[in-house]
Write a protein that binds this ligand. Sequence first.
Ligand SMILES: C[S@@+](CC[C@H](N)C(=O)[O-])C[C@H]1O[C@@H](n2cnc3c(N)ncnc32)[C@H](O)[C@@H]1O
Length: 547
Amino acid sequence: MPQNQVVNHSSNLKSACSRCDIMGGACGICEVSAHLSCSGCGKVHYCGKEHQRQHWPQHRQQCQPFKLVSSAVAGSYLVSTRQLEAGQVLMEDTPLVVGPMAESAGVCLGCHELIPESDEVLHCPGCHWPICSLKCATSPNHFPDCSVLARDTNHISAPNNLEPTRRYEYILILRCLLLRDRAPSAWKEVMSMSHHSEQRMVTQEEKLDLIQIFLNKVLKLDYSKDLINQVVGAVATNALEIRTAGHNSIRALYPKVRLLNHSCLPNVHLSSATNGRMQVRAAVKVGAGKVLSISYTSTTIPVWERQIILSDNYYFTCECVRCSDQTELGIHFSSPRCPECTGSYLEPIRWLGNISWSCPTCHLEMKDAMVRAQVSDWLVRLQMDDILGGSGGNSYKRVVALLHQVEMDFHPTHFIWMKVAQASLYRLRDDKSLRALKLRRRLWQQLADLYERLEPGHTRRRGMALLEMGSVRLLEAKTEYAEENIYFPMFLDALRELLEMLKTAEWTLSLDISGSVGRELVAKVDKKLSETQQFLDSVTQQVTLTK
Ligand SMILES: C[S@@+](CC[C@H](N)C(=O)[O-])C[C@H]1O[C@@H](n2cnc3c(N)ncnc32)[C@H](O)[C@@H]1O
C-alpha cells in the first residue's frame, strides 16, 4: 500500500462500539464503547456528535494537529489533521533512555561528555568504564548499568584508553534491556518500536552474535537471542542523535518523535535541549492530511548515499518527492554535467534496481560507477591539504579558479559545488580584503539558497547561514566605508536590508527549544544586530551632518 493510503489507527483501542460492533474506545463523555473518533487527533472517541460537541471546549486544549495512521509499506506514522503554520510547535518529547553514540572516543557514562585527554584515564570504581569524575560514577545516567557492567570482573569490555571505539554501542542496548525491570512502561514503548530484526539477522549476524556474547557471556545476563536482536534493531531504527551541554553527540530514544517517518525533503524540524527534551515544529506551512517527516540521513549527501543508508539501516527504499525527481527538484545535486552538450545534466535511470545516467538532450549514457568515481575524485582532491593553497595571499585566486573548475563539471547546486564552497569559505576566513569579502558573501548567499532547497523553511541551518552571511556583509560594509567606496543612499539601504536579514536569523534561531544549540546562537546574532545598528546610526548621522 503506498504511504499516503492510510487507515485510521487509534492508540486506545478497547472494545467494539456498542452500536455497530466496530472496534473503538470509550466515549469521552459517557464512556460507553464508541468507534467515532476526533478527526483532529484521533485519540478521543465519541458515541455520537452530541457528546463530541459537548467535549470540545475541554478537548480543544489537548487536541493535537496530527494523528497516528498506518500503512503496510510505511508502518505507523504521523499525519497532519489541519493546516500547520511554518514554525508552529507540534509537540515536545522526553527521552526514554539516553546513551553514547555507537562509535565514540572516550565518553563519560555519567555526564555523557567526552573525557579530556590526561596522563591517566580515570575509571569508575564500580565497573571500570572510563568516567570524567568520581561524581559521575553515581550519576542517575550511569547508576543502573554500573552494577551490571561490574560483572565483567576481568575488565574485558571496558575501554582502557580514550581512543574511538565501537564498544560504546553496547551501552544504549544494555540500558534499554535494563528498562524491562526498572521501568516497565518505558520498556513497553521500546518493545513497540519497529526493529526489522528478521532482516538484520541476515545482514548483521556477526555483529548480533558479538552483542549477545557481551551481554550473556561477559556480563552473565540471560536475555534470549530474539529479545536482544529486537532491542538492537529498535535502537538502530529509532535512536536520534542529540547534543550534550559540551556539544558531544549522543543518542536517545523518544516515544513520540520516533513515529515521524522519513523524507529527503522534510517538512518538520527537530531541536533538542541539552537535557534531552526534544521539540518538534513545522518547518514550512503544511496542509491537512500530509505525512509529517524528518530526514533520517543528512540532506546534504548524494542520492546514492541516502539510498544506501535508508536501505541498510531502515530497510526501505525512499520514494519521496526529491528521490523520485530525476533532477532532485531542479538542483541536480547528485548529477554531473553532460560531457557532450553544454548546459545539460545527466539524469538517473532506474531499471530493476540498477542505476545508469543519461543526458536528456543528447542521450549519452554513463555508468553509475563512473558518476560516483567522478565525485570521489573531487572529494579526494578536496581532502588534500593544499587544494585551495595556503592561507596566504594567493588563496583568493586559487579559490576563484577552483570554483570555475567545479562549475565546468557540475551544476552550481551540486553536492561537490557545495563542498567546494564550504572549503573556500574556510580557506578565505582570515582574508579581509574587499574582493574576498564580496566572494564570501556571494558564496554564503548561494549556500543559504541551496540549504533552503534541501531543507525548506524555518530551520537552524537557515538561521546559521543567515548569521554567517550577515556577519560577512557587515565586515564588507565597514571595509567599503573605510575605503570611501560607497554611494550613500544605496549603502544605507543595504545596511537596513542587513538588519532585516539578521532579525530573520534571530527569529529563526529563537524558534529552537530553550537550551539548544540554536538558542545558544541567538546571543551571537543579537551582538551582530546591535553592531549593525550602531554602524547604521553613525553613518546616518554623518550623512545628516554633511548635508
Ligand atoms: C523511526 S521508525 C518510524 C516509525 C515507523 N513507521 C513505525 O511504524 O514504527 C523508522 C521506520 O519506519 C519506516 N519508514 C519510515 N519512513 C518511511 C518511508 N518514507 N517509506 C517507507 N517506510 C518508512 C521504515 O520501516 C523505517 O525503518
